[in-house]
Design a protein around this ligand. Structure first.
Ligand code: ADP
Ligand code: ZN
Length: 525
């Protein structure tokens, strides 16, 4: 392969000092770079602003040949290349905004070995003319930015990205690095699979954004509530996300009537108008952008003070990505979710109308996790971090649950009822089946399995479905139940579940908030 053995930490550090003028590596950078220099593929998940670019720019300068950087955003591509050129590094880009002559010029430089880094938009790659060109270059390394775009399960799938899987077989000797700021477990696996990364080095940084306060507001008069909320922000810059163009228009109109400088943004608008809105927002000429998820990648405004979700996002991944646009300057910021459980039920219904597929299962799992976040009775930050595989013990003191805790009760008996039901069901059934058994429902599926004969059948009679849902979700958050995605989201005992079953440890739960209201109306038994 390449003379990677001679490339060392020292070289990387030298490049960091001499070319970029930085004192030391930030967390993760050194190990990532070392893995690349050893010829290893890698997946880098690192929060925005923590320094992903250096992770591939430094290896690019250590390797003898050319480094390809795939990046979906033309404006950011230009910025990066300008910065590199300013640091005296030979870099160029190829995208659809350039004339034929400009592209030829860049290609000739790459072929003659003058370029160290070549930025490409994904639709440029994997075409016939691209292969003709690239076969004349010596490619040492490939970096794929915003790699979550490769996953249909992710929050921003881009069809052009699905072509990139071919890169591995075209350049078997060049290590590939996939980079993204947000990817949950399913998306991570999908990225590795689609890009065909070989025994990759994984770097997963912290997902915590301590300056963002997570709050949930239950919807009852939603339009009034959102207007009031924005008025209370007193001119601070923010984004309101909702899930349809029509609602975008309505909310914008309502906010304007209240004297708020609001602008709409969605994919149905002319490109030029969208750009205008984005610019006005960046320059604080518009206070609030009301948008669909089309308002996203590439928005780099540091002083966004709030992100409000008028509708429930489809996944924690999207929610995290969207709320993450608040407080980039590390000053306090708000992430507010306006929630109505029927929004969840609605999304669930739409999903279940799709034909059964692995895709649907994954989407359902993601939606359920989002619902669990919304109905969390424990610190929301812990739920969020836990979802991304980051396990912490201490509540954050900066979310609505921590600041206004729900009432607690001795939940040992409830927990034992749930855990023993899961156990009796052989740890092979999902949430709703477990609840049906607990509540002693007489449905066909239960009878077919003979579950109406189990000793646990009906031990949770008298409480509503919502009540048990809340209890089970809390037990999931507490790590006592594992929801196995690989097996139809079956509930399984985890952590200290056996100690709880034997009554060896105390267990506090939060009194389910929504359910009590509903249960008095619903429980007829
Ligand atoms: P990301 O792509 O992860 O959002 P960037 O690569 O744009 O982040 O880096 C964010 C900022 O941090 C840039 O200004 C970059 O120069 C700076 N930076 C990155 N690594 C270091 C370092 N080791 N020391 C000092 N500054 C760094
Ligand atoms: Zn908290």
């Amino acid at each position: 392969v390449q003379n990677t053995k001679t490339l060392s930490k020292a070289t990387a550090l030298h490049v960091l000092h001499a070319i970029f003028g930085y004192q030391s590596f930030r967390q993760g950078q050194e190990d990532i770079i070392e893995a690349v220099l050893d010829g290893q593929d890698s997946l880098v998940i690192m929060a925005t602003g923590n320094g992903k670019s250096l992770c591939y720019q430094i290896p690019a300068l250590c390797f003898p040949g050319l480094t390809l950087v795939i990046s979906p955003l033309i404006s950011l591509m230009q910025d990066q290349v300008d910065q590199l050129l300013a640091n005296g590094i030979e870099a160029g880009f190829l995208n659809s905004t350039q004339s034929y002559e400009q592209q030829q010029q860049v290609q000739n430089k790459a072929i003659s070995g003058q370029l160290k880094l070549l930025y490409l938009s994904p639709e440029k790659v994997m075409t016939h003319s691209f292969f003709h060109f690239i076969s004349q270059c010596q490619v040492s390394f490939i970096a794929i930015d915003e790699a979550h775009c490769v996953s249909q399960w992710g929050h921003d799938f881009r069809p052009e990205y699905s072509q990139l899987g071919g890169l591995k077989s075209c350049f078997p000797n060049a290590p590939i690095m996939a980079l993204t700021a947000t990817a949950d477990q399913a998306t991570r696996l999908d990225i590795l699979h689609h890009l065909q990364l070989h025994e990759p080095y994984l770097y997963i940084g912290s997902f915590d954004r301590p300056n963002i306060r997570y709050t949930l507001i239950e919807k009852y008069k939603a339009m009034d509530q959102i207007c009031r909320f924005v008025l209370d922000q007193k001119g601070k810059s923010g984004i309101v996300y909702c899930n349809s163009r029509k609602k975008v228009e309505q909310i914008t109109e309502n906010l304007r009537q209240k004297g708020i400088a609001a602008a709409a943004y969605h994919a149905g608008m002319e490109n030029s108008l969208r750009e205008k809105v984005q610019r006005a927002f960046l320059h604080d000429n518009v206070q609030v952008v009301v948008a669909t998820i089309a308002f996203g990648m590439g928005i780099n405004k540091s002083n966004v003070r709030f992100v409000a979700h008028f509708d429930l996002p489809r996944s924690i991944e999207s929610y995290y990505q969207e709320t993450g646009r608040a407080g980039r300057d590390d000053l306090p910021a708000e992430a507010v979710l306006f929630y109505d459980p029927t929004d969840y039920a609605w999304l669930q219904k739409i999903l279940l109308e799709k034909p059964e597929s692995q895709q649907r299962d994954i989407e359902q799992h993601k939606l359920q996790a989002m619902g669990a976040f919304a109905e969390a009775q424990t610190c929301r930050r812990l739920v969020l971090l836990n979802y991304f595989g980051e396990h912490r013990q201490n509540a954050c003191k900066n979310c609505d649950i921590c600041l206004d805790p729900p009432k607690k009760y001795d939940g040992l008996i409830d927990a034992q009822k749930v855990l023993s039901t899961i156990y009796r069901l052989g740890q092979r059934f999902g949430i709703y089946h477990v609840i049906a058994v607990l509540r002693g429902l007489q449905n066909q599926k239960l009878k077919e399995y003979g579950h109406d004969q189990l000793s646990v059948f009906g031990i949770g009679k008298g409480y509503s479905q919502e009540y048990w849902l809340s209890v089970i979700r809390q037990l999931i958050h507490l790590g006592l139940i594992h929801q196995n995605i690989a097996s139809h989201s079956a509930l399984q005992l985890a952590g200290n579940a056996r100690e709880v079953l034997r009554g060896e440890i105390p267990l506090e739960l939060a009194t389910p908030r929504i359910s009590l209201k509903i249960s008095s109306a619903l429980v007829k038994q």
